[in-house]
Design a protein. Structure first.
Length: 109
């Protein structure tokens, strides 16, 4: 009796590894699609207005504003807090969260 025929090692089908790779790619694509859908700046179906500020208060500050389908990008000039101007008044935050502006000369000391 020939025992080699009874205990033949299983050979792996090469197409199974290709199917496994396809499954992995499908999971990666699904994760990327979910990420895009949750990001309001790149989601074409999002109707909400979004403002994104990067590096706030630094010379490299940038601001992106999305209104509907229009996206505007602004860069800081690097001269934060400089320019010709004068104090125009004082703003007060009330207990209810609203803000009241009082022009210069009428502000209570």
């Amino acid at each position: 009796m020939n025992l080699k025929l009874l205990h033949e090692p299983e050979t792996e089908d090469p197409i199974l590894s290709v199917v496994n790779l396809i499954d992995i790619f499908l999971v990666i694509i699904a994760a990327l699609l979910i990420t895009v859908a949750k990001n309001p700046m790149i989601n074409p179906f999002s109707k909400q207005d979004v403002t994104v500020i990067t590096d706030p208060g630094k010379p490299t500050m940038e601001m992106m504003i999305k209104k509907g389908e229009k996206i505007e990008k602004y860069k800081a000039s690097g001269q934060i807090g400089s320019g010709d101007g004068e104090k125009a008044g004082v703003a007060y935050r009330m207990k209810d969260g609203s803000i009241v502006y009082v022009p210069e000369g009428q502000a209570a000391n």
